[in-house]
Ligand binder design. Structure first.
Ligand code: FES
Ligand code: FES
Length: 159
């Protein structure tokens, strides 16, 4: 076992765990942060999508030894705090407005991936397109993709 520290949703956390344990299990099993969902464990379904330093990534595919003390990990639980002065992040608001979730299992990952995509497109000073949204690879077994698409376009107007 060895100690690993990082910033989780704005607060420093330290865990005592083997170097090769992947971050998703550190988040869910040790830190009890259950927003990032376990689907495949091999970077395919994207259910665990969270942010590292503001960019989408899949914590099921990253061992804790690669996470630095200065890295900011944000899960769905901390997303609203990145939108200053609001109870919900604009992407979460759009998800509610368009009643996106069905069973809900994939939706934290969907929202985190969508937020990162919208931020990337905004940095390029352009509007989000269907082609941009087509790059998302998050699987939804309930087939909420049309509502996800609508919500992403709506959220992008408020970010
Ligand atoms: S559980 Fe992480 S990508 Fe499937
Ligand atoms: S809402 Fe059920 S898997 Fe996406």
């Amino acid at each position: 076992m060895s100690q690993h520290s990082f910033i989780l949703n704005g607060k420093k956390v330290t865990v005592d765990v083997e170097d090769d344990v992947r971050l998703l299990w550190v988040l869910r099993d040790i830190l009890k942060v259950r927003g990032p969902k376990y689907g495949c464990g091999i970077d395919q379904c994207k259910a665990c999508t969270s942010h590292i330093n503001g960019k989408a990534f899949t914590p099921c595919s990253v061992s804790i030894k690669y996470i630095k003390p200065t890295d900011h990990i944000t899960t769905i639980e901390g997303l609203a705090e990145t939108a200053k002065g609001k109870d919900l992040h604009p992407v979460q608001e759009a998800w509610v407005k368009h009643s996106v979730p069905q069973c809900g299992y994939c939706q934290p990952g969907q929202i985190m991936a969508a937020t990162s995509l919208i931020n990337d497109v905004k940095k390029e000073h352009r509007k989000i397109t269907d082609a941009d949204i087509d790059t998302l690879r998050n699987v939804c077994r309930c087939n909420t993709y049309p509502r996800i698409r609508t919500a992403i376009k709506d959220a992008a107007k408020n970010m």
